[in-house]
Design a protein around this ligand. Structure first.
Ligand SMILES: Nc1ncnc2c1ncn2[C@@H]1O[C@H](COP(=O)(O)OP(=O)(O)OP(=O)(O)O)[C@@H](O)[C@H]1O
Ligand SMILES: [Mg+2]
Length: 236
């Protein structure tokens, strides 16, 4: 497999073509952004930690019946993944109220959500990723109704698996965001699962172990990511 030209560069990762059109290289950079790219910093080791963290989670999910784009780790900061047509919709599950949900609805931060809340957001930085529902997705053709159902179903299956994985390591999976794509007609989990795209709290102290440390300027961002990785057994 040969790495070829850069196809796309996002805020945290770059995508490179390979000599096989079915696969691309996902390259995790140290760039860290928040508030739609308003706050940007380089955090040393982040690319490596997130690449290895994501590989571990994707492999765990694949082993437990979730179709994912992940193929293999290539090196410290790069992974080989299926070349997908990404669906421009983010799927969010919230087990505990925090972040935008609290601001939007005025509910108490830290409140347990039973049943968990599911939300869709449109991936569009210029519009600040607005919340949307199934009707918008179908009407504007962002995904087919049957694929929307698959995304929702898979996002809840991931919740069951990861809530337990983190709980067994003394953490609460507060919320997380997933992105899906299409590959040869099937829906696969894509992008990444890392502390950049979820909230994780220590179960005892409720210490934040995710990107909120960066958003809120709490410091020790990568140290927290490494602690989470260590607790669930990610080889770093
Ligand atoms: N398997 C895949 N095939 C093709 N593209 C992918 C795949 N997995 C993730 N991507 C895309 O690669 C990009 C990753 O970069 P990054 O996360 O840095 O983007 P971003 O700044 O969040 O911007 P965007 O809003 O485009 O996602 C995203 O656009 C993501 O949708
Ligand atoms: Mg992204």
């Amino acid at each position: 497999m040969e790495k070829k030209q850069e196809l796309y560069s996002g805020k945290a990762k770059s995508v490179f073509a390979t000599d096989d059109n079915d696969y691309v290289v996902l390259s995790f950079r140290d760039d860290t952004s928040a508030f739609d790219g308003e706050k940007v910093e380089q955090l040393s080791r982040k690319g490596e930690v997130n690449n290895k963290f994501n590989a571990f989670i994707m492999q765990y999910l694949s082993d437990n019946g979730i179709p994912t784009h992940f193929e293999k780790l290539l090196n410290a900061t790069e992974s080989l993944v299926k070349n997908m047509k990404m669906i421009p919709v983010e799927c969010v599950v919230r087990n505990v109220a925090s972040g935008s949900l609290v601001r939007r609805l005025g509910v108490e931060d830290g409140m347990e959500l039973n049943p968990p809340v599911f939300e869709f957001f449109l991936k569009n930085d210029a519009l600040h990723d607005p919340m949307i529902n199934e009707y918008h997705i179908e009407t504007f053709g962002w995904a087919k109704a049957e694929d929307v159902n698959k995304m929702k179903d898979l996002t809840f299956k991931v919740n069951k698996l990861l809530k337990k994985l983190f709980a067994d390591a003394g953490m609460i999976l507060v919320d997380y965001k997933l992105e899906f794509g299409l590959f040869k007609g099937g829906v696969y989990l894509g992008d990444e699962f890392s502390p950049d795209g979820c909230r994780l709290w220590d179960a005892e102290t409720r210490k934040k172990l995710d990107k909120d440390r960066f958003r809120q300027g709490l410091g020790g961002v990568i140290e927290a990511y490494e602690e989470v990785a260590h607790r669930i057994g990610v080889p770093l």
